[in-house]
Design a protein around this ligand. Structure first.
Ligand code: NAP
Length: 367
């Protein structure tokens, strides 16, 4: 029968990946089948799909790809709202229905914990780098096509940024950012961290964006309202003074990447710049440990909260912000689609995604 195809990782090795013909699945209760229109490729995803990487547990054979926009082609009999033909974002953050502690990111990683591994291995193996994805019904996020495509003129490739924004919004909601507040974001120039800057600004707060690169920070400042910038020198006290020049901040959202293996200086500089009862939100996937100015935090009653991904409610609220127009995406926002690739072009696609790794960059499969 066939009619569908998938980029299958048969082993996590450079030559373990290939395009395979498949039958188009039909949705059973609890699922939707989505025709994938644009599936995002993150800067490190090509490497992760072809190499064993500690910390990224992932069953094989399976289909990689953790984020897409597509059109529903069939729904299980228990669907009461999602309909065939509807445009949706595929949310990969999946929770076991009988145990909310077992969470996986379908098409990217499980946590390595036993129950999460079972969920990924036995049922939700396959992500979005395929023409037809079987998705848990509750992980189809409805998109108002008339508004997003019709009114705002966004393309499906541009809409594939929704998941990235969802992650950023999860971290922001976690520390309850409000209009009028001043929020330090550091680093601020990557794909997820830049999204944090955009959403904090869209919520009506002011951002103090930290980074090492003056030119990249200047680009953010030119595109996003209410952004101040501080170039991090590595001198904790000096950088804290530069941040404090904008007044005391209400919150700090840390976005340190996993490639950082020792304490980055900006964390202390940012924490020392918070007001009493300020909030610290951790969202970076850094594997290294950090030290914090303990007595300053106690004397100032600072709160620390970490966040992995987002809640189902948060990703839907984020979509509303884009639909209403509070949060802009696409060309107008400074985002750019650097490449659209067929599944067969995966080598070129991985290279493009790796090259275009900064704020607002998108590379997608259009299977
Ligand atoms: N919590 C979650 O659920 C979740 C989900 C997805 C991703 N994440 C994590 O969110 C974090 C932010 O993502 P991202 O896409 O913005 O990260 P990224 O692009 O990998 O890095 C962000 C910025 O970090 C700075 N940087 C890189 N190496 C550095 C170093 N050695 N010292 C200091 N700064 C350095 C760079 O900025 P400059 O060159 O401008 O300084 C870079 O633009 C990552 O850790 C990611 O894994 C978390």
């Amino acid at each position: 029968m066939a009619g569908a195809k998938a980029l299958v990782a048969q082993s996590l090795t450079p030559d373990g990946i290939k395009v395979v013909e498949r039958d188009i699945p039909t949705a059973i209760p609890g699922t939707a089948v989505v025709r994938v229109l644009a599936a995002a490729i993150g800067p490190g995803h090509g490497y992760l799909a072809t190499h064993e990487v500690p910390g990224f547990s992932f069953p094989v054979p399976s289909v990689y790809g953790s984020n897409a926009v597509g059109r529903v082609v069939s729904v299980g009999s228990d669907a009461v709202s999602i309909k065939e033909g509807q445009l949706v974002a595929i949310d990969p953050f999946t929770t076991a229905r009988d145990d909310s502690n077992a969470e996986i990111i379908v098409g990217l990683m499980d946590s390595g914990e036993k129950k999460a591994q079972k969920l990924a291995r036995d049922t939700w193996r396959d992500g979005c780098w395929q023409s037809h994805a079987v998705v848990p019904l509750e992980n189809t996020v409805p998109l108002d096509e008339d508004v997003l495509v019709g009114k705002h003129g966004y393309t499906v490739e541009e809409l594939s940024i929704i998941l990235r924004f969802g992650v950023a919004y999860g971290a922001i909601s976690n520390v309850d950012i409000k209009a009028g507040e001043t929020v330090i974001v550091g680093p601020a120039t990557g794909q997820f961290s830049g999204a944090v800057v955009e959403i904090v600004s869209a919520l009506g707060a002011r951002v103090i964006a930290l980074g090492r690169n003056q030119a990249t920070l200047a680009t953010l400042q030119s595109k996003i309202p209410r952004v101040e910038t501080v170039v991090v020198t590595g001198d904790v006290e000096k950088d804290a003074q530069s941040i404090q020049a904008f007044g005391q901040a209400d919150a700090f959202i840390d976005c340190t990447p996993h490639t950082v293996h020792s304490q980055p200086s900006h964390i202390q500089s940012a924490v020392l710049s918070l007001r009493k009862r300020g909030r610290i939100g951790l969202m970076g996937a850094m594997f290294a440990n950090i030290s914090l100015p303990y007595s300053y935090m106690i004397l100032n009653s600072l709160q620390v909260k970490a966040k992995w991904m987002y809640t189902r409610e948060e990703i839907r609220r984020l979509v509303k912000m884009i639909e209403v127009g509070t949060l802009k995406i696409g060309k107008e926002a400074g985002h750019r689609v650097y490449g659209k690739f067929k599944l067969e072009e995966y080598e070129k696609a991985f290279e493009a995604a790796h090259t275009h790794s900064g704020w607002g960059a998108l590379v997608v499969f259009t299977p």
